[in-house]
Design a protein around this ligand. Structure first.
Ligand SMILES: [Zn+2]
Length: 255
């Protein structure tokens, strides 16, 4: 993997946004691999494909690429809010590549993948509708909130200019790929409990440390009146998937 953009791809283009698009897309095509299966061949869809940008030739996973120059941000501007909500609830939603590059050095600084099963409604933020004087008055866009995704769902292939180990990337992917087979509601719970567990600074923690979030969870899932039961059930899910270990007496350990 070479972090530098290959500038030969941008010959003939004059618009800055087009140049950025061809450089970032050609970089992904040449350098990235499919984080779901490790295959090195990612085929590009035709431009303007409404669904995705890349297709793994092996496992057929689809990826959409979002790029941003200069500083890394946890809020990514995306298209129309309603379209996005519809898409993340559809089965053919692609996984999401996020590429952050240095315009000065024309090289990749951060490149990460967010598997589609981490896309739940609360990572999508509704922007203010365009004002009455705007050409597309009333149109409402959205932001993708990376900070609402647990770190297990942000898998870096390049982090702060450093290449990450390929096996570690594939292991990270497979560790939580079970989420893809969960129904949406229980997936929302598992992701929320994952986030809570990650927010506890120690490797060892108590059931009580998770119970402290009961109010927060009640707010998030107002229809559930048995939040503590649900917490224990979800901790069991994480144990069964090898993310936690039960030490007995309400003690848990992150693996
Ligand atoms: Zn693949």
């Amino acid at each position: 993997m070479n972090l530098k953009f290959d500038l030969s791809h941008s010959k003939g283009y004059t618009s800055g946004s087009q140049i950025a698009r061809v450089l970032t897309e050609s970089w992904v095509k040449t350098n990235a691999f499919c984080p779901a299966c490790g295959n090195n061949i990612l085929n590009q869809f035709n431009n303007n494909s409404p669904v995705a940008d890349f297709l793994c030739s092996e496992c057929k996973s689809e990826y959409e690429l979002k790029s941003k120059k200069d500083s890394f941000t946890t809020r990514i501007v995306d298209g129309a809010y309603e379209t996005m909500i519809k898409r993340i609830n559809a089965d053919n939603n692609p996984h999401f590549f996020f590429l952050n590059y240095s315009l000065k050095n024309l090289e990749v600084v951060n490149f990460l993948v967010i598997p589609k099963h981490y896309f739940v409604n609360d990572i999508i933020e509704k922007r203010k509708p365009l004002s009455i004087t705007a050409r597309r008055s009333g149109w409402t866009g959205c932001n993708i909130l990376l900070q609402n995704i647990p770190s297990s769902g942000k898998i870096y292939l390049v982090k702060d200019g450093l290449l990450q180990n390929k096996k570690a990337v594939l292991d990270s992917w497979s560790k939580t790929s079970f989420l893809a087979n969960q129904k949406k509601e229980s997936r929302g719970w598992t992701i929320e409990i994952l986030k809570i567990v990650e927010s506890i600074p120690n490797k060892n923690f108590k059931l009580f440390d998770v119970y402290k979030f009961e109010g927060h969870l009640k707010q998030k899932f107002p229809d559930n009146n048995f939040v503590k039961d649900k917490i224990r059930q979800q901790l069991q899910v994480l144990r069964n998937r090898g993310i936690l270990e039960f030490k007995g007496n309400g003690l848990y350990k992150k693996i």
